[in-house]
Design a binder for this molecule. Structure first.
Ligand code: PNS
Length: 166
């Protein structure tokens, strides 16, 4: 059985992420979406919220599960019994960071390979950070996120604004 891990922060999960998950699910028997718990960036959503958000939009994919992880990605990949990491490549600007990460991971875990899927052109410009920035200025984020996720992002940003005014 072939198992792939698709790791990320998913803060929040976008339609670009969903596209990669769906395509990966067609290529591997089993896909584990790994949601990074301990990120240096302060996330908009807790890791539990991010896991639940991804779960809520992948219920149509029977061979995909979602787990959180902390620590090294390669340790998580081993725990999952996987040997392939999948990452999406949007543009050349992603390449340097992704190559560095893939090569470092391969040095510390030679049995783990990274494969890259080029992002669907529709989402080649899309990132969670840009979506959050647009939402923070009350811009329209409906083209970038599943409707349920878009609702949660708007609500969280509204709550955060209210808190910062209080
Ligand atoms: O969605 P992101 O933020 O681009 O995902 C980055 C992620 C989670 C893949 C990366 O930060 C990661 O693997 N973190 C775990 C810690 C680790 O293994 N670091 C060494 C990688 S060279």
């Amino acid at each position: 059985m072939t198992t792939a891990v698709y790791p990320g922060s998913f803060d929040p999960v976008t339609l670009g992420h969903l596209d990669i998950i769906e395509r990966t699910a067609r290529m591997f028997d089993h896909v584990i979406v790994g949601v990074l718990q301990n990120n240096s960036k302060t996330p908009l959503f807790s890791v539990e919220e991010r896991v639940n958000m991804v779960r809520s939009i992948i219920s149509h994919l029977e061979n995909v599960e979602v787990r959180s992880f902390d620590g090294l990605l390669v340790d998580f990949v081993h725990q999952c019994g996987a040997d392939v990491v999948v990452r999406g490549l949007r543009a050349i600007t992603d390449f340097e960071y992704e190559l560095q990460m893939a090569q470092t991971n391969r040095v510390i875990a030679p049995d783990v390979d990274t494969i890259f899927l080029t992002t669907n052109l529709r989402y080649s410009y899309l990132s969670s950070s840009i979506v959050k920035e647009i939402a923070s200025y009350d811009g329209d984020i409906d083209a970038f996120l599943h409707p349920d996720i878009a609702c949660q992002v708007r609500e969280r940003i509204r709550q955060n604004k209210e808190k910062s005014r209080a």
